[in-house]
Ligand binder design. Structure first.
Ligand SMILES: Nc1ncnc2c1ncn2[C@@H]1O[C@H](COP(=O)(O)OP(=O)(O)OP(=O)(O)O)[C@@H](O)[C@H]1O
Ligand SMILES: [Mg+2]
Length: 272
């Protein structure tokens, strides 16, 4: 389905992504981990064509998308919708209009200027918000929502494009543990129920282990690990993070596990 071959990006003398090859044969949820500057964002940005590759290919269903231009490039960008750490919503605009912006690339300039959205699209936007558990917030301004709710609006906007792939660059890095969990569960559901591939850059090991079928570890622009969460041992993780013997998993972990433990204790206390 998706095959990245020898993908490279240089910024002057600095090679941000160095001959990365990754094949995705069927829809899956992939987590990309690695220390700051490893090239994770650059890799996702090249896939979405926000940045042009220096060399290499990205084949999607047999076609090299790194060479697409104009409408074809926009068509590809709709098929691999991207979400970001900072949500990138229009803060003062209502939630449903933010979601409808996910359809902009297939509407006329005039319709866009006057915010004329087809009724069918409005219904679909509300259905998607409902699925993500935030339909009640549809009329509110985006800025009035919590971070976790805003990220779900961003996911809804991505889903409006009916993408085959969702690229997420540190989707939970700005969220508290509770919201992080809700957002990761939403992404997981979208993968499982819709059969979409999700590729997420994650800054913590435990999140990648817990939600992803496959983990890719990057170091200095290269893929140094590609396997299942089970294959990702503490030793391998140490190699990926390039840490010395003082490396501990706790240093790269969120509080999601802690939160779960607390919830389990609570359930035990009330005898459920
Ligand atoms: N627009 C740019 N111009 C010049 N250098 C860049 C640019 N974008 C990224 N780089 C460099 O490319 C390398 C990889 O950066 P990238 O942002 O992909 O890393 P990352 O793994 O996403 O890191 P982080 O975890 O901090 O987000 C870094 O050395 C960075 O300084
Ligand atoms: Mg990054």
């Amino acid at each position: 389905m998706l095959e990245i071959r020898n993908l490279t990006k240089s910024f002057g003398a600095n090679i941000a992504v160095d001959a990365v090859s990754v094949a995705v044969a069927k829809p899956m949820m992939i987590g990309i981990i690695g220390r700051s500057g490893a090239g994770k964002s650059t890799l996702l940005r090249m896939m979405n064509r926000l940045t042009d590759a220096s060399s290499g290919e990205i084949l999607f269903e047999g076609r090299d998308v790194t060479r697409l231009k104009g409408a074809e490039k926009r068509g590809w960008q709709a098929q691999c919708a991207m979400i970001f750490q900072q949500f990138n919503l229009v803060p003062r605009m209502d939630v449903v209009s933010n979601v409808l912006h996910g359809t902009l690339n297939r509407r006329s300039t005039l319709a866009t200027m006057f915010s004329l959205f087809p009724e069918a699209d409005i219904h679909r936007a509300i259905d998607i918000l409902d699925r993500l558990g935030i339909a009640e917030h549809a009329p509110k301004r985006a800025e009035a929502l919590s971070g976790g709710q805003q990220q779900r609006v961003a996911i809804a906007r991505a889903l409006m494009q009916d993408p085959k792939i969702i690229l997420a660059d540190e989707p939970i890095a700005s969220l508290d543990p509770m919201n992080a969990q809700v957002v990761m569960q939403s992404l997981r559901r979208i993968h499982e129920e819709d059969g979409r591939t999700v590729i997420a850059n994650l800054h913590t090991l435990d999140t990648a282990r817990r939600y992803c079928d496959r983990v890719i570890g990057m170091l200095h622009g290269r893929v140094v690990f590609d396997g299942t969460p089970e294959q990702l041992t503490t030793g391998t993780a140490r190699d990926i993070y390039g840490a010395d013997d003082s490396f501990s998993e706790a240093a790269t972990s969120t509080e999601i596990e802690t939160l779960d433990a607390a919830a389990a204790r609570e359930r035990a206390a009330v005898g459920v």
